[in-house]
Design a protein around this ligand. Structure first.
Ligand code: KG4
Ligand code: ZN
Length: 344
């Protein structure tokens, strides 16, 4: 069974082909970082227009790379939300049109479900059940994952997402968009213990998190110490985020009695976070799995894979072909399959 995956929720056009028996057959990604760079963040209208330019050529390129044609497809999976409405509509319209023309099912996929399942595309995929830590630019949450489609929210950020905190702090430090990787790079040259930044909600007793206070603390430090301290501030900020995420991750495992953590989303690419989780969980007899580095940030492979699992689970014959479609810019990750997404 061959699934085409299309991701256009934000600033990356991601396309992939996943075969249930053979695995990932082809992938293509176009990042809009250069396009949005001069604005210091994603400009939604520019994002949609660029997705329109890229999506069909990238589908062709991926099919050629995998030596497959449109006629070989069994279903088309696409990100239906959450994300930027106009950007989502590009992927949704292309996917639904292709599916209608080919008389195959189109599968609307939740972007976070894609991230959540992406570690299963790695070499040593974790088995269900596990605790997932989703850390992206828009979300930071702990989920208990019993199986594909069975997700229970354990706790989440009450304000900024971890990636958003990285991006906003990076902006304060004068670093280019997207700020996370740039801040992490600057932090390698700084002293993480120089500034004792707050560890918000570390001892709140629940699995919720908060990051917005950190950027206020950082802006005060910048005013007091000036640019000479930027690397130390970056390192101290990163250390604070990593420490809070590690301690809450341990708490999530204790609370659920599970022994496996799976990390997904763009901040999962952070090297300090990876190292700290790996060593601290090992000390507690638990393991941590990360997606392959290139699948941490947005990509088509995770969407194709989520679509493939849905086909296996529900049976491809049972999936409806064309019914009309909508996108869901704000869509909480459903606890089980079959829950109707809210209106746009
Ligand atoms: O999952 P993702 O690609 O897009 C969303 O769905 O949000 O995550 C992007 C986020 C951005 O906030 C970016 O700054 C952050 O992930 N990020 C990082 C690193 N690489 C990406 N944050 C910290 N360290 C990194 N190495
Ligand atoms: Zn994402």
């Amino acid at each position: 069974m061959l699934i085409l995956g299309i991701e256009t929720s934000c600033d990356e056009t991601g396309i992939a082909l996943y075969d249930n028996a053979l695995g990932l057959l082809g992938e293509a990604l176009h990042s809009q970082v250069a396009l949005h760079n001069e604005y210091g963040g994603v400009v939604p209208e520019l994002a949609s227009r660029d997705h329109i330019r890229r999506v069909v050529p990238l589908i062709r390129q991926t099919l050629n790379q995998a030596q497959r044609t449109l006629a070989d497809l069994d279903a088309v999976a696409y990100t239906a939300g959450p994300g930027l409405a106009g950007a989502l509509l590009v992927g949704a319209s292309v996917a639904e049109s292709l599916a209608m023309a080919l008389k195959i099912p189109a599968l609307p996929i939740h972007h976070l479900e894609g991230h959540l399942l992406s570690p299963l595309l790695g070499d040593n995929p974790p088995a269900f059940p596990f605790v997932a830590l989703l850390v992206s630019g828009g979300h930071t949450q702990f989920m208990s994952v019993e199986g594909a489609g069975q997700y229970r929210l354990l706790g989440e950020t009450v304000d900024d997402a971890a990636g958003e905190a990285f991006d906003k702090t990076a902006k304060l430090l004068g670093l280019p968009y997207p700020g996370g990787p740039a801040l992490a790079q600057l932090a390698t040259t700084g002293h993480p213990q120089r500034f004792a930044l707050p560890r918000p909600m570390q001892h709140s007793g629940d699995l919720n998190l908060s990051f917005s206070g950190l950027k206020t603390a950082v802006s005060l430090l910048i005013k007091t110490h000036g640019s000479a301290a930027h690397a130390d501030i970056a390192a101290s900020f990163e250390a604070a985020v990593v420490e809070v995420l590690c301690s809450k991750a341990l708490q999530a495992l204790r609370q659920t009695g599970l022994k496996q953590l799976v990390v997904a989303g763009g901040v999962g690419a952070n090297k300090q976070l990876r190292a700290a989780l790996t060593s601290q969980l090992a000390r507690h007899g638990a393991t941590v799995a990360f997606p392959p580095l290139h699948l941490c940030t947005d990509n088509g492979a995770m969407i194709a894979y989520a679509g493939a699992l849905r086909c296996l689970e529900q049976g491809i014959e049972a999936l409806p072909t064309h019914q009309g479609f909508a996108v869901y810019p704000r869509w909480p990750l459903a606890t089980t399959r079959g829950q109707t997404p809210p209106g746009v």
